[in-house]
Design a protein around this ligand. Structure first.
Ligand SMILES: [Zn+2]
Length: 534
């Protein structure tokens, strides 16, 4: 009762202040302590954060109070929070209020509620822990694509803008990093890989070594596409020992070839977060092998498997290479979705190597995510020419067609796997992958055949596919994948700007520093001055 009255009061204040609005974030659950008053909503319910600023609190505090996904609406009475408000205001799709009867939690930060006529005096802005300045910041935020400087506090980005704007947040404890014109990007996200699970095939004897290799390449998040119970236990143990130095989305397999694993995955919750470093991404199905020429399921079997995981709320990622497989899989997805949008489920097709026009149209219509690997057409052209023959080649590796059709897409390395087998020499560096995506020139250095040329993508498209687009693929586009206020401070410094580098020199670009959640996890040799001690 008390809670409901408070909600009504807040709503009245909001209505009185016509220029302010409520901003919504995705729903979730988890709880932590905080002063003032808070009441985090359970999963699937609404929670509103209100803050009025005198103690320098912010929406980020609200987020960390109830866990990243638990605050649905944020409301500010404080002029200091303009920067935060911009972050929400850029998301018009979020500007809706739930019915008041659905609101389950309230968080009040920064002391007592101010009345609408009071404004708190704007004190100095909160001091940043780290400020990167004098750089080229490629934000991957379409509203504000470039900036000069970024401020980090705790595990979050707290300011993005010009040097003057951001340096304003420095204080005695702030580490100032002069980028000297180097490029700052969101940490790279590998949408499909086996960095940790298949590390031995890449020549890494321990998980820690594999994680180090990924960090040296600038990957701050990886999706592991085959995490059985043993591997999940290992990831949990790494996490508990603080050895999971990057973020992992675990995909739980339902089969390996003919071997079926049953519904073991249902012991976990869809999207379950074990920590800020480890979460259940979804489930993985192997539909085909041998470049799509051998299928493991009939239509009826696949429909059942997909429907079961779908109804349990899991995102589904299906290894599907061949043309016949795409038909089966799109049928199964359409059958499970029953006319519902895939926006809320985000089912994916892994590899999606062969695709007819009608299948591409169907992916676009259903909003099915294409998860592909840049190296495939670049490194394996002869294999593809042999397997598919000249007639099928126009339907192979249609990355540009997918992007132009507006099919949600994302890039991955499939590390350590190469064309036919695991390849320890395959470095899986973002710059090498991007070079392959934009040139279709693989390890052999052979120029691309005619059938490849139309499907090359731009450097910018390739960058998005392994940052913000990849974040969408794991429901994390509000948390990472771009440099925006309120997002996680997962960042990389590159020695040069990939958008301003001649294509043939892309692979010369070095990863200078990799930061995960505000901590430097890799510092390139000779670059100590660019790696703040955090
Ligand atoms: Zn794979």
């Amino acid at each position: 009762m008390r809670r409901k009255r408070l909600v009504v009061t807040l709503a009245a204040i909001a209505l009185a202040l016509g220029s302010l609005a409520f901003w919504m974030l995705p729903s979730g659950s988890s709880e932590a302590g905080l002063g003032a008053m808070h009441n985090c909503a359970p999963a699937g319910k609404w929670s509103i954060a209100v803050w009025d600023g005198p103690s320098g609190t912010s929406p980020a505090d609200a987020l960390s109070t109830c866990g990243a996904g638990a605050v649905d609406a944020a409301y500010s009475l404080d002029p200091q929070t303009q920067a935060w408000m911009r972050w929400f205001a850029d998301r018009p799709e979020l500007n809706n209020l739930p019915p008041l009867s659905d609101v389950q939690g309230i968080i009040v930060l920064g002391g007592a509620l101010a009345s609408p006529t009071q404004t708190s005096s704007p004190g100095p802005p909160p001091q940043a822990d780290v400020i990167f300045y004098h750089g080229t910041v490629l934000t991957m935020d379409t509203q504000h694509p470039q900036a000069q400087a970024v401020a980090v506090r705790g595990d979050r980005i707290v300011a993005v803008g010009s040097d003057d704007e951001v340096l304003n947040m420095s204080g005695p404890g702030t580490a100032l990093v002069d980028l000297e014109g180097r490029t700052l990007l969101p940490g790279f996200i590998d949408s499909h890989a086996h960095w940790i699970g298949d590390r031995e095939s890449a020549g890494h004897s321990t998980s820690e070594e594999a994680i180090q290799a990924a960090l040296e390449n600038g990957w701050t998040s990886v999706s592991e596409l085959f995490v059985n119970q043993d591997r999940l236990d290992e990831l949990l143990s790494l996490d508990q020992q603080a050895h999971l130095r990057l973020r992992v989305n675990a995909y739980l397999p339902l089969n390996w070839g003919e071997e079926k694993f049953g519904d073991w995955y249902q012991a976990y919750e869809p999207g379950q977060e074990f920590s800020s470093r480890l979460r259940i991404g979804g489930v993985k199905i192997f539909l085909d092998t041998n470049w799509g020429q051998t299928l493991f399921f009939s239509q009826a079997e696949l429909n059942e498997l997909v429907a079961e995981a779908h109804e349990a709320g899991f995102q589904i990622a299906v290894h599907s290479v061949g043309e016949a497989s795409q038909d089966l899989l799109l049928n199964a997805y359409e059958n499970a979705l029953q006319g519902e949008s895939n926006e809320t489920h985000r089912h994916r097709i892994e590899h999606v190597v062969v695709l007819r026009d009608d299948q591409l149209d169907r992916m676009q219509r259903l909003g099915i995510i294409a998860s592909f690997q840049f190296f495939v057409p670049a490194d394996c052209p002869e294999v593809m020419e042999d397997v598919f023959g000249p007639e099928l080649l126009p339907r192979v590796a249609r990355w540009r067609d997918l992007l132009e059709a507006g099919v949600p897409s994302m890039g991955g390395t499939d590390s350590p796997w190469g064309c036919e087998a695991a390849d320890p020499s395959k470095k899986n560096s973002p710059m090498e992958e991007i070079h392959k995506a934009v040139t279709r020139i693989g390890e052999s250095g052979v120029p691309p055949a005619e059938w490849q040329l139309d499907q090359r993508v731009t450097v910018e498209q390739a960058l998005r596919l392994i940052t913000i687009d990849a974040a969408y693929g794991t429901f994390e586009e509000n948390m990472k994948g771009s440099i925006e206020v309120g997002k996680l401070a997962d960042l990389v410094i590159l020695s040069a700007d990939p958008l301003a580098t001649p294509v043939e020199q892309l692979t010369d670009i070095e990863v200078v520093m990799t930061m995960v959640g505000g901590h430097v996890e890799h510092c390139g040799q000779g670059y100590q001055s660019l790696c703040p001690a955090t």
